[in-house]
Ligand binder design. Structure first.
Ligand code: 5RP
Length: 219
C-alpha cells in the first residue's frame, strides 16, 4: 500500500463525525480512506459518492449511498487530487469523476483533500488537465484548447459516469488558475474543467512515506 496516501487517509478519518453524512470522492487515496474508515468501525448515516466505483466500494463495506438531492448541504467532503498548489487549488479528474466531484465540493461546507507529497506543486499544470466534454463537442473544444497553448489528448476510455468524454490537456502552465478555470468552463460543450480554483480545498492533508502528515489550511 502507498504509505503517503495511507497516512493522509488515516488523518482524514479523525475529521469525520460519527453518524454524519459524508461526501466522498474517487481514486486510490479515497479507496484507502474508505477501507480504513470501515476497518476503524466508523459508522455513518450515509455517504454521497462522486462516482459509481466509490458507491460500489462504500456499499461493499455496508455504508448507505445517498443522493445529494435528498441530503441538502454536506458538512464535510473528502477527496484526493492529482495536483495541489500552495493556495490549495487543485487539478482533479485523473479518475474521470471531476464533474460530480466539483458538485459535491460546491455543496459542502468543508473540503478536505488527501494527497501524498508527490502531488504538491508550485504551479499547476504538469499533470494533464482533464476536461469533461459533451461527445459531439469534443473536436471543437479541442481546437479551442489548442488556442490556449495546450495539447488536448482524447482519453480513449469508457465514457464518464455522466456519459461524456475526457480531453487531457498537456503542456499547461497555469499561472492564474481561477482565470483558466473560467475560460475553459466558458467554451461551449465543456461540462467541467478539472481545475478546482474558485472553490479550492479548505484543508490539505499531505501524507509522507514515513507516516508524517502535514495539515495545510487555506489562507
Ligand atoms: C478522480 C480524482 C482523484 O482524486 C485523483 O485522480 C487522485 O487519484 P489518486 O488518489 O488515485 O491519486 O480527481 O477524478
Amino acid at each position: 500500500m502507498h504509505k503517503g496516501k495511507q497516512a493522509a487517509a488515516l488523518a482524514a478519518i479523525q475529521m469525520v463525525k460519527p453518524d454524519s453524512i459524508l461526501g466522498i470522492g474517487t481514486g486510490s487515496t479515497v479507496n484507502i480512506f474508505i477501507e480504513e474508515l470501515a476497518k476503524a468501525g466508523v459508522r455513518l448515516e450515509g455517504a454521497v459518492a462522486s462516482s459509481e466505483s466509490t458507491a460500489a466500494l462504500l456499499q461493499q463495506h455496508g455504508y448507505e449511498v445517498l443522493d445529494l438531492n435528498m441530503t441538502g448541504s454536506l458538512d464535510l467532503y473528502i477527496d484526493g487530487a492529482d495536483e495541489a498548489n500552495h493556495q490549495l487549488q487543485l487539478i482533479k479528474g485523473g479518475g474521470a469523476a471531476l464533474t460530480r466531484e466539483k458538485i459535491i465540493a460546491a455543496a459542502s461546507a468543508q473540503f478536505v483533500c488527501i494527497v501524498d507529497d508527490s502531488k504538491v506543486v508550485d504551479v499547476l499544470g504538469e499533470f494533464p488537465l482533464p476536461v469533461e466534454v459533451i461527445p459531439m463537442a469534443r473536436s471543437y473544444v479541442a481546437r479551442e484548447i489548442v488556442t490556449l497553448g495546450a495539447d488536448p489528448e482524447f482519453r480513449e476510455a469508457p465514457r464518464t459516469d455522466n456519459g461524456n468524454q475526457i480531453l487531457d490537456c498537456v503542456g499547461m502552465h497555469i499561472d492564474n488558475p481561477e482565470e483558466t478555470e473560467n475560460i475553459i468552463n466558458n467554451i461551449s460543450g465543456v461540462v467541467t474543467v478539472g481545475l478546482f480554483a474558485a472553490r479550492p480545498a479548505d484543508t490539505l492533508l499531505v501524507g509522507y512515506t514515513d507516516g508524517r502528515v502535514e495539515e495545510r489550511t487555506a489562507q
